[in-house]
Design a binder for this molecule. Structure first.
Ligand SMILES: Cc1cc2nc3c(=O)[nH]c(=O)nc-3n(C[C@H](O)[C@H](O)[C@H](O)COP(=O)(O)OP(=O)(O)OC[C@H]3O[C@@H](n4cnc5c(N)ncnc54)[C@H](O)[C@@H]3O)c2cc1C
Length: 382
């Protein structure tokens, strides 16, 4: 059973999909449980991923990357998440936020910040969410005030991937106080060794433990004028556009996780015996597997359709939110049913289904909680 079969994947994305599959089997699967248990940052696997050309390669060739498009990135994500979501997230977050610099940044910013990430000498991150809200993007309170020295940042960010490990971050901060709440935000590049930048890891998570998020405090952190990305006041709109791409990719996280749940469950029920027969002989078991499979195929079709739409800029907000919601909720459904069919063994850490069950709780929240996605789907359905 090859759930992530390539027939739905455009031809130009198939080679890198295969590379990601082989990489995940060789480097991620053997260490997935160990990293889950330890909650350590998987530096060695990140470095191997860099060597394999799977990290930060959406950055264009002009700045040292391979210029992978959305469809290629989606193909990579499905494969990596199918094997372990925590490690996959670490690999994917190593260039988080770079797309905003590539789309809106100056030539100097691209040369100075994108190239080292593309050449795998540095890693980045994106700081939007705050302790009080992650959903209300026009309600964030970290401020950036313009002075003669540049911009002075004050406030806090929470949940930021690589806040401790990254060399620089793309940071979303409030720069205005106009009645139009969507025009009050600006994007900045902030180097993490700047005075007034402090970050520590947030408490241990129950899922995706091989990825690390941090709590940042900006205390009179001065950022030079040349680190403003694009037009001041345009931050909200830059993010909205960025999230359309990100949400299709997070849909791929759901698809990979769902595939993992189905594979683990299929194997388990075909080995487990009960009442003098195989568990898979019960029709109720077969129906559950049939439901999982149907939901998976429906979600994956939607996700790839959405990827084409978003890549072509056709009603991107609607398609991205739909793909993210359907795929991540399909992962939850497959993990939950898969747990039931594993019986008591479902709660033993040594069975990967328990890891999948914990991990699927996360993509329904990050890149915008699914309630926010439903708001967008409804509003953009006209
Ligand atoms: C593992 C992980 C990694 C992350 N990485 C990053 C990162 O790298 N950078 C970053 O900036 N952020 C990151 N996040 C943060 C993530 O984007 C936020 O958690 C998410 O946007 C939700 O924000 P919140 O947790 O503050 O929940 P809240 O905004 O407090 O919302 C709580 C709940 O309230 C409900 N709700 C809120 N608003 C509405 C509404 N308008 N309509 C209906 N219901 C609503 C939803 O059920 C929602 O789940 C990460 C989160 C996790 C868990």
């Amino acid at each position: 059973m090859d759930l992530l079969d390539e027939s739905i994947v455009p031809e130009h994305a198939r080679d890198v999909k295969q590379t990601a599959r082989e990489f995940a089997e060789e480097h991620i699967r053997p260490q997935a449980e160990e990293y889950y248990e330890s909650g350590e940052y998987p530096w060695d696997i990140l470095e191997a991923g860099m060597d394999a050309g799977l990290v930060a390669q959406d950055i264009s060739e002009e700045y040292g990357g391979k210029g992978y498009d959305l469809l290629q990135i989606l193909a990579i994500n499905e494969e990596l998440y199918r094997v372990d979501a925590g490690i996959a997230l670490t690999l994917m977050l190593a260039s988080f936020g770079c797309e905003i610099v590539e789309d809106y940044g100056s030539q100097e910013q691209k040369e100075k910040y994108l190239r080292p990430v593309a050449e795998n000498e540095q890693i980045s991150g994106l700081a939007v969410s705050e302790p009080q809200t992650g959903s209300d993007m026009a309600g964030m309170t970290t401020t950036a005030e313009k002075t003669d020295d540049g911009w002075v940042l004050n406030g806090e960010k929470y949940w930021v991937g690589n806040a401790v490990e990254a060399d620089w971050l793309t940071v979303y901060a409030k720069t205005g106080d106009t009645d139009d709440r969507y025009s009050n935000y600006t994007m900045f590049i902030v180097e993490t060794d700047t005075e007034g930048y402090e970050a520590e890891h947030i408490p241990e998570k129950m899922g995706m433990r091989a990825s690390k998020q941090g709590h940042i405090v900006f205390d009179d952190c001065v950022v030079p004028e040349e680190n403003v990305i694009g037009t001041p006041g345009g931050g909200f709109y830059m993010l909205a556009d960025f999230f359309n791409h990100g949400r299709v990719v997070v849909g791929g996280h759901g698809i990979g996780l769902a595939a993992h749940a189905i594979e683990e469950t299929w194997e388990f029920v075909h080995e487990r015996e009960g009442f003098g027969r195989n568990i898979s002989d019960f029709q109720s078991t077969q129906h559950i597997l049939a439901d999982m499979r149907m939901e998976f195929e429906a979600a994956r079709s939607l996700n790839w359709r959405a990827a084409e739409k978003v890549a072509n800029g056709e009603n991107a907000g609607f398609w991205a939110a739909s793909a993210k919601t359907k795929s991540t909720e399909t992962a939850m459904m497959c993990a939950e049913r898969g747990m039931q069919l594993h019986g008591g063994r479902s709660v033993l850490n040594e069975y990967p289904i328990s890891r999948v069950y914990r991990d699927v709780r996360i993509p329904v929240i990050y890149e915008g909680a699914n309630e926010i996605q439903r708001n967008l789907i409804y509003r953009q359905s006209n």
